[in-house]
Design a protein around this ligand. Structure first.
Ligand SMILES: [Zn+2]
Ligand SMILES: [Zn+2]
Length: 433
């Protein structure tokens, strides 16, 4: 559900004046106090990145920090995940906070003293390894939140479960991992059982200090697509003697593009069909037997996601059939990430907290068609996932290194914004505000 403009303003009004942001309170000195440690943690983690499902040293580092805060720490969850529980001194609800742990097969080009020179193995190839998606920041933020809330343990009315999740960028081929495996292993079902979950992502496209929220579908579902078009081989000068799968594949590529524009309700939410790879044939004058195409499907609504799958399958098969060819359509062989949905009621409930904390720095974000496996948690219990800007003030959005780029970097002031967001959401939720 998208909050209508009017209700947003009512909520803002109820939350008090837009600016200045949160008046200093008992949490402020604690949030300020952890800032140097959060930056130090982020730099350490940045310099020691590990690929998905291989976050061994990362897990050890996190577990050590969490044990030092006297939290109950469990390691080896969903391979390398770390789950830590902070029980407050007063009774109250249980909530979960999540940070992801993995880095990417990217060779860092950012010139900082804590730059990564780590090499790793990805899909059988030697690669550079870099925290190019800001997960180093997510972990450092969550350690900071744990430190602040642990310092207020006696007064805390409830329990916080800190979930450090491996393999957000997807597990290596043939392995399980990520949020899906954590859910399967009972992270949300086991005591203490959280009733809501919060998370955030640092993003290069938003300016440092800003926080984006959105009710409803906030990040897309992602399903991989593989289509095998089978024709019949023939000489390039005698196409009528065979069935040309290259021409059929071309028709399918174009036919698929008419699904989002002509068949899906564009007033409801956008959908995307992308073909990113086409393979077929070996030489100019031989029409091959078959063509294989790979792509990705995105949607912001689970019902539209199902429709998209049906229509893609039907379109590919029927176009192939029209030429006497056939098309095998395989969807979600490797990735099937659900839509990340921010629970409408939870979003509405927590909006005053965000307004008080960030004032004019809070904005209603547009949805992103990237995917997030936070969706697996938010599908089990109400979730709220925020965007936190890392782009330096005044920097041109087109010139900064985007997430996943070898030039991705952050204005580290964003880390404190992240600590503030998750701390205040937790504090207010547990206090029933
Ligand atoms: Zn990423
Ligand atoms: Zn990410």
């Amino acid at each position: 559900m998208r909050l209508p403009r009017a209700s947003l303003f009512l909520l803002l009004a109820a939350a008090g004046p837009l600016a200045p942001a949160h008046a200093a309170d008992e949490l402020t000195p604690l949030i300020d106090g952890v800032a140097p440690a959060v930056i130090a943690d982020r730099r350490y983690l940045h310099q020691h990145p590990e690929l998905s499902n291989r976050e061994f040293a990362t897990a050890k580092y996190l577990a050590g920090k969490l044990r030092a805060l006297k939290l109950e720490v469990q390691t080896g969850v969903a391979h390398t995940g770390v789950v830590a529980v902070l029980r407050g001194g007063r009774p109250g609800p249980v909530i979960a906070l999540r940070a992801d742990m993995d880095a990417l097969p990217v060779t860092e080009e950012v010139d900082v003293p804590f730059r990564s020179t780590v090499r790793g193995n990805y899909d059988g190839r030697e690669v550079g390894v870099m925290h190019a998606c800001g997960h180093d920041g997510h972990m450092a933020i969550l350690l900071g939140v744990a430190a602040v809330l642990a310092a207020k343990r006696e007064e805390l009315p409830g329990t916080v479960k800190f979930i450090f999740q491996p393999a957000e960028e997807s597990a290596p081929l043939g392995e399980e991992g990520g949020a899906q495996l954590m859910v399967k292993e009972g992270v949300l079902a086991r005591d203490p059982k959280p009733e809501a979950i919060f998370g955030l992502h640092l993003f290069s496209q938003y300016e440092v200090g800003t926080v984006g929220y959105r009710a409803g579908g906030v990040m897309a579902s992602a399903d991989d697509l593989r289509i095998v078009v089978k024709g019949r081989q023939t000489h390039g000068a005698a196409p009528w003697q065979g069935i040309d799968p290259i021409v059929v594949a071309s028709q399918i590529v174009l036919g698929l593009q008419t699904i989002p524009s002509r068949q899906m309700d564009v007033t409801r939410a956008p959908t995307i069909v992308t073909i990113g790879k086409i393979e077929g044939g070996v030489r100019d004058n031989i029409i091959p037997d078959q063509v294989q195409m790979k792509g990705t499907l995105r949607a912001l609504d689970e019902d539209m996601r199902r429709q998209l799958h049906e229509r893609v399958t039907r379109t590919a098969q029927d176009i192939a059939q029209a030429s006497g060819a056939s098309a095998e359509v395989h969807i979600s062989e490797r990735h099937a990430y659900p839509v990340t949905v921010n629970d409408a009621q939870l979003t509405q409930k927590m909006l005053p907290t965000l307004c008080r904390a960030f004032g004019e720095r809070l904005f209603e974000a547009r949805p992103m068609l990237g995917a997030e496996d936070f969706s697996f948690f938010a599908r089990e219990i109400p979730g709220l996932f925020l965007f936190v800007g890392v782009r330096p003030k005044g920097a041109d959005p087109d010139s900064v290194g985007a997430n996943h780029s070898p030039r991705f970097s952050m204005d580290e002031a964003a880390l404190q914004t992240g600590v503030e967001a998750l701390t205040r959401l937790s504090w207010d939720y547990l206090h029933g505000r």
